[in-house]
Design a protein around this ligand. Structure first.
Ligand SMILES: [Zn+2]
Ligand SMILES: [Zn+2]
Length: 593
């Protein structure tokens, strides 16, 4: 049934190209004026107004010229001098998977103390019905807490005495309370997958910690065993998450799939939301190989039912981009910096070759998770080898994360026409990284300025929802070089200016969706995706960048988020479901008060 729907939509939706208005002439559907707008358009870098029709920017300029394009039916918005930026684009995140459980997750994003975090768990435990779990699956690091530590099983027993609880720190460690261990059937005798373990105390008892050593398989497995929501609740939850992204100025993501997230069945909620309600942010989907050993077969079967570039809705906001972030499990390293770097085995390179070859033959853009330069160099040997026989000829590919990428690897990627997709994971993991590899190595991990200097395509994002979704945390990190503990990782020679960071997080990230020619800038003919900010990104003290939100977010010419004076322009409020949702009881990102 799902497949039929997908194919029907492929036929109906793939020809939904928007009409292009080549000049500023014509009637505007929406105008914004009295704004400060860095357009990222070199020909007209700073304007005060813009006009929108048919989902596109039809003019930019001064207030008088733009207001002249309005008619009585035009929505005219006075920005009152606020900053308006091109919509931020996350170059690598897992929002489609995250949307399926967003409503029932407790979020610790930005929470200042473990005590506050445990209080939120306690409140959610009281709402949670029997048979359900309390879960924190990412967005935080122990380094952000004044206590500077992970919760223990005893902490979670106290906070959630009557419901099983699961708390995950990135892909490093997860802690389960006593009820949770019982529910999962985990005992001293349990055998765990290779590269993972259950932590034991001095007497051999389980502490409740599930460790990626460094393989995250035990966490993938455990999260997949927690009860899922009913289809209607999954759709509601997806809407709530995408509206949250819009609230923080995000208008698009490159979706990296995820472990335990199967195509096409786990994409039913996002497709239904895109088709029936419209999405508050765009998603360009990469398909993630789920099963070690059968990756090539999986991709071949997906290539039978779907094609790269396929649209799933009339508004052109949901599309299938390509493959990734896992092409082959055996060439994938894992980023638990509390554990040693995994070695890629020589036979894995031989196994990767036919998968890459298939991508090139079928013209599927592909993205590959790679944390360490050693992994990247090995994979590049394979790519260069394939390219000699089956030329890439402009096919886009990227390495994702790349914390320790070397200058030589960047040059090799650039020569093949690839890109480097960067996320702000060092905000969460940087202190663990320093503990293992030292502050000196951390100074160029990842080498932000080197990427800029060498001119390789690169973008910015989060790898949420295991890290925080908040794009202003990413901008803050790129500009200040700070982790969540306040440690400064980078000198001035590896930090970006605010404008450089904005460019990377907009048009830079659009490259990874294959759309840098029509979104990421505010110029005529580009998609009308932008955000009006609560504070001026360019002039607030650096410390306050991470506290910025959007008061008005527009995607494809539609207002998808509106707050303060603009509330009446926004979509109708939607109550979260199920009734015991955590959403609505806390801010998704902790508010400084
Ligand atoms: Zn990854
Ligand atoms: Zn990822």
């Amino acid at each position: 049934m799902r497949r039929l729907y997908l194919l029907a939509c492929a036929a109906a939706c793939s020809s939904s190209a928007r009409p292009v208005t080549p000049t500023g002439a014509g009637r505007a559907e929406l105008v914004v004026y009295n704004a400060r707008i860095p357009t990222l358009d070199d020909a007209k870098p700073e304007v005060s107004a813009l006009a929108v029709a048919h989902g596109q920017i039809i003019a930019t300029g001064d207030d008088a010229a733009i207001r002249a394009l309005a008619s009585p039916g035009t929505v005219a918005i006075d920005a009152h001098g606020r900053r308006v930026i091109p919509g931020l684009i996350d170059d690598h995140a897992h929002y489609i998977r995250g949307g399926l459980t967003w409503n029932i997750e407790v979020r610790w994003d930005g929470v200042p103390s473990l005590a506050d975090g445990l209080r939120l768990v306690h409140e959610q435990a009281k709402r949670t019905p029997p048979g359900q779990w309390v879960r924190v699956v990412g967005g935080w690091t122990p380094w952000q807490f004044t206590e500077r530590r992970l919760p223990t099983r005893a902490d979670l027993d106290a906070a959630s005495p009557d419901r099983p609880a699961y708390v995950q720190y990135f892909y490093s460690v997860a802690i389960v309370n006593t009820l949770g261990l019982r529910e999962l059937g985990l005992t001293k005798e349990t055998q765990t997958p290779p590269g993972t373990r259950l932590e034991r105390d001095a007497s051999g008892e389980l502490t409740g910690a599930l460790i990626a050593d460094p393989h995250p398989g035990l966490m993938y497995q455990t999260v997949a065993r927690l009860p899922s929501l009913a289809p209607d609740d999954q759709q509601n939850s997806t809407i709530q998450l995408f509206r949250t992204l819009a609230r923080y100025g995000l208008t698009g993501e490159v979706d990296a799939g995820g472990g335990g997230h199967e195509f096409p069945k786990d994409y039913a909620a996002i497709e239904a939301v895109a088709a029936r309600h419209g999405l508050a942010a765009r998603a360009a989907i990469n398909l993630f190989a789920q099963h070690p050993g059968t990756e090539l077969d999986d991709f071949r079967s997906w290539m039978q039912i779907a094609h790269a570039g396929q649209k799933f809705d009339d508004e052109d906001v949901l599309e299938l981009h390509g493959a990734g972030e896992y092409l082959l499990w055996a060439t994938t390293d894992f980023e638990n910096f509390r554990s040693a770097r995994p070695e890629i085995k020589p036979e894995a390179k031989a196994a990767l070759r036919p998968v890459v070859q298939e991508m090139v033959r079928q013209r599927w853009p592909f993205a590959m998770h790679a944390t360490y330069d050693e992994t990247i160099a090995n994979v590049l040997d394979v790519l260069e080898d394939v390219n000699r026989e089956t030329p890439f000829a402009g096919l886009r590919f990227s390495f994702e994360h790349c914390e320790t990428i070397s200058e030589q690897s960047i040059r090799r990627i650039k020569a093949l026409g690839g890109g480097v997709s960067i996320q702000s994971k060092m905000v969460v993991l940087g202190d663990d990284f320093v503990a293992r590899y030292g502050a000196e190595t951390a100074k160029r991990s990842p080498p932000l300025r080197k990427l800029l200097e060498l001119g390789v395509p690169f973008g910015l994002g989060t790898d949420a929802t295991r890290s925080s979704f908040n794009p202003f945390v990413t901008l803050h990190w790129a500009v200040t070089g700070k982790t969540a503990s306040g440690r400064v990782l980078y000198g001035a020679d590896n930090r970006l200016s605010r404008l450089e960071a904005l460019r990377a997080h907009t048009v830079g990230s659009a490259w990874f969706a294959g759309e840098d020619d029509h979104r990421g800038r505010l110029q005529v003919g580009q998609r009308a995706d932008f955000a009006m900010l609560t504070a001026d990104y360019f002039s607030v003290p650096e410390h306050d960048i991470s506290a910025i939100e959007s008061v008005l977010t527009v995607v494809q010419g539609h207002v998808v988020h509106a707050a303060a004076d603009y509330s009446a322009l926004g979509p109708a409020p939607l109550a979260p479901s199920p009734s015991w949702s955590a959403v609505g009881h806390q801010d998704p990102y902790w508010q400084r008060r």
